[in-house]
Design a protein around this ligand. Structure first.
Ligand code: RB5
Length: 150
């Protein structure tokens, strides 16, 4: 598994904590920046760069961060094939994988501490999609994206 990580200027410290955590776990990642605490980036670009890597197949999952996690999730969900979930609790981080087959986890540096964020990242990365009846609903999301859900 390879993870795309990315953030805006409100979440650089959290992105660095997630990066260190992935390193510690030996999980491959591509860091799409930002790369310094004084660098500025609007959150839609954080979503765009990480999600493009998922769309191209370079990465399997994304962890995208901003101040609240909300902006990056809104932007990410505009992109085809992206199912982004903004989470700040462990139940959601687990079940957005199990039931929604989420491929992007969004979190906010101003909402969750680094310890909790790393736990949520672990749940997101380690929980398999359950499939079955949930696969039908995920396919309905794809149909909605194509304008085919009636
Ligand atoms: C940036 O100040 C902030 O608005 C952004 O990181 C995010 O919280 C938006 O949803």
């Amino acid at each position: 598994m390879k993870v795309a990580i990315s953030c805006d200027h409100a979440a650089f410290a959290l992105k660095e904590a997630i990066r260190a955590h992935l390193e510690e776990r030996g999980i491959q990642y591509h860091d799409f920046g930002i790369y310094a605490a004084d660098e500025k980036r609007d959150y839609p670009y954080a979503s765009l760069y990480a999600c493009r890597a998922i769309q191209s197949g370079e990465c399997d999952r994304g962890i995208v961060l901003c101040g609240t996690g909300v902006g990056v999730s809104m932007a990410a969900n505009k992109l085809a094939g992206i199912r982004a979930a903004c989470c700040s609790d462990s139940f959601s981080a687990k079940y957005t994988r199990a039931h929604n087959d989420a491929n992007v986890l969004c979190m906010g540096e101003r909402v969750v501490g680094a310890g909790l964020a790393c736990q949520l990242a672990d749940l997101f990365l380690d929980t398999p999609f359950e499939g079955g009846r949930h696969a039908r609903r995920v396919e309905q999301i794809a149909a909605l994206e194509r304008g085919e859900l009636e």
